[in-house]
Design a protein around this ligand. Structure first.
Ligand code: AGP
Length: 607
């Protein structure tokens, strides 16, 4: 996703801008650029492709100044070319923009009719042209920006330079995060707090509708009507900043290996003194009133919610709806005020999930955020927050955050079961004891990773794959299919195994790999029957089950991996690991960029 970095400082900023963009690069991008004010002029360098291209360009044609803006672009409107890279500028104004200008077409027509000449195919350029238009009508810099923002429809996180004010950096926000960092020698601005690590001592998160003006020593805040606003900087507690790959080939593999420690950290954050139950910072009076849960998220976080649905309904006896965030508020679902609305987001900045949270808040629901980034927008706007303590996740394909989300959901399930008296103390104690032993079992499973390199050869030249599971494993199959899709680029679908004969069985032939998740549970027999349906049509079966399950199917599977027995409620966490490793090694064998797969971003801050 697009990234913004800006600086106004007593010292030259070009290197800060390039370093800031490097910190943002994990979010995914396809072009980048910087602009500074030097000798009274706005000077810009942009490059398509990787940041190294921009760095080389700047080295060859240096630009330097005490104020500057920078951007990594993830293309929404227009190809990923230098021409469409930010900053977008006129002689008077340069802007770097996150978000979408929904009325950019009408703005462009209006401005072109006034003689403005557009250079790019982007929506963002209309912001620079519109501000310039108001400047040329005699408005001050601040008023030109303010009026332009009132005319824009859509979302923005915005940093702006004015040639006329070479010592002032302007910032504005509507729906796309911007954080201001204060340091001893000036200010830094970023769309991602991580990029301020090592620079800022205090931070302020710009709120929607706010507009700020920064110099090296001053920060003035206003609302969009121009009224002055007070703001309070808080001490900056940077998240654990990723220390690199620590010898692993990819961040994704490193983060898969971190999962046992993440599980343990997430568990122990909420473990009671006597180590017999998990306690969460949500008042018992709230949990006891919950009659229904509505879980809302995107992507992998959505599948964590799907898994949680099975746990909560079984262990706490509460009905659970799980919604894709981008559909939730348009579905016009009748929302029960006794519902607990749960918003799951690793980044805490996903625009679709944030918009869904705002929708639920307007309807008076109690909102809980399950996030990894605790200073994120979604965390700040929820009534209650459960951090998942996964640490910075760099790989675009979510792994350890998914395990941490599941761990948090499992603990929440126990808390809900206790509150609804649906779960007995002894049963809770037994599960918590199993959870305390689980990190070791995860480590053992991950240590067998080389076998997935062999299994992935089955998928290397495939164009399609089918993931199957029953019950809670059908939810996990969805996550397995997404992992494979997003980094190997193989089209993968997931179905409840019982659904196969109602259509998807037509897909099965000797070319189709079928990955079945079949832990030892009440549905195992039925799952293995479904497998025989697949085998009868020549499907190439990869089976994840226990030892007996693998033995029973040995004659008609092409690959199988037996997983040791664990508490049934822990099976989804256990069976996640083979799915992650299968996707990882398949992407590797296909020569893909595992950590930054094509077209994807780590945090999708546009709808
Ligand atoms: C998962 O591997 C993907 N990176 C993607 O589906 C992600 O889970 C989704 O975009 C939601 O992100 P969030 O958890 O930060 O809200």
């Amino acid at each position: 996703m697009c990234g913004i970095f800006a600086a106004v400082n007593q010292n030259p900023v070009t290197q800060h801008l390039l370093t800031g963009l490097s910190c943002l690069s994990y979010r995914g991008y396809d072009s980048s650029g910087i602009a500074v004010i030097e000798n009274g002029l706005i000077r810009r360098q942009r490059a398509a492709g990787k940041l190294e291209n921009l760095r080389q360009l700047v080295e060859g044609n240096p630009i330097q100044g005490l104020i500057g803006i920078a951007h990594t672009r993830w293309a929404t409107h227009g190809l990923p070319t230098e021409k469409n890279a930010h900053p977008h500028m006129t002689e008077e104004v340069a802007v770097a923009h996150n978000g979408i200008v929904e009325n950019h077409h009408s703005l462009k027509l209006r401005l072109e009719a006034q003689g403005c000449e557009f250079q790019s195919e982007t929506d963002s350029e209309s912001i620079a042209q519109l501000i310039t238009f108001h400047l040329r009508r005699g408005m001050s810099c601040q008023d030109a920006l303010r009026v332009a923002l009132q005319e824009i429809e859509g979302s923005y996180g915005l940093v702006v330079l004015f040639r006329q004010q070479p010592d002032q950096l302007y910032v504005a926000r509507r729906g796309s995060p911007l954080v201001i960092g204060r340091s001893n020698d000036g200010y830094f601005v970023s769309s991602d707090e991580n990029a301020l690590s090592g620079l800022a001592t205090q931070v302020y998160h710009l709120q929607d509708g706010e507009l700020g003006r920064l110099s090296t020593s001053l920060f003035r805040l206003r609302d969009i009507q121009g009224n002055q606003k007070a703001c309070r900087f808080v001490d900056f507690h940077q998240m654990h900043v990723d220390s690199g790959k620590d010898g692993f080939d990819h961040f994704m593999l490193k983060e898969i290996h971190e999962q046992p420690a993440v599980f343990e950290r997430c568990l122990r954050q909420y473990l009671s003194e006597d180590q017999e139950r998990l306690e969460y910072p949500i008042p018992g009076s709230i949990l006891e009133k919950v009659s229904r849960l509505t879980i809302v998220a995107c992507g992998t976080s959505f599948y964590a919610g799907q898994v949680a649905k099975y746990w909560i309904e079984r262990v706490a006896g509460l009905p659970v709806d799980v919604d894709i965030a981008s559909e939730f508020r348009y579905r016009q679902a009748p929302l029960d005020q006794q519902s607990l609305a749960v918003f799951v987001s690793q980044s805490g900045e996903t625009a679709d999930t944030y918009a869904a949270l705002q929708h639920a808040r307007k309807r008076g629901l109690t909102c809980l955020a399950i996030v990894n980034v605790v200073n994120s927008t979604i965390a700040r706007e929820a009534d209650y927050v459960l951090p998942i303590h996964a640490g910075t996740e760099v790989g675009v394909a979510s792994t350890k955050a998914f395990i941490a989300q599941l761990t948090t959901f499992l603990g929440l399930t126990l808390a809900l079961g206790r509150a609804s008296a649906y779960l007995g103390a002894e049963a809770e104690r037994a599960l918590v004891a199993e959870m305390l032993n689980f990190p070791e079992q995860m480590s053992q499973l991950i240590s067998q990773k080389s076998m997935y390199s062999a299994i992935s050869r089955e998928l290397r030249h495939c164009s399609n794959a089918l993931f199957l599971g029953r019950g809670i494993s059908s939810a996990l199959a969805q996550e397995g299919a997404l992992k494979l899709k997003e980094i190997s680029y193989i089209h993968a679908e997931a179905y409840p195994a019982g659904e196969l004969k109602h259509g998807p069985l037509a897909l099965v032939d000797e070319h189709l790999p079928v990955i079945m998740i079949a832990p030892r549970d009440e549905l195992l027999g039925k799952s293995l029957s479904n497998l025989r349906e697949v085998a009868a049509r020549g499907g190439r079966i990869i089976l994840f089950s226990d030892k007996e399950g693998i033995e029973e199917c040995r004659d008609f599977i092409v690959q199988g991996h037996a997983l040791p027995p664990v508490h049934e409620l822990l099976q989804p966490l256990q069976y996640t690991i083979p799915l992650q490793l299968l996707a990882y090694y398949t992407a590797l064998i296909r020569g893909n960029d595992v950590d930054q797969p094509r077209n994807l971003a780590k945090s999708v801050t546009v709808e």
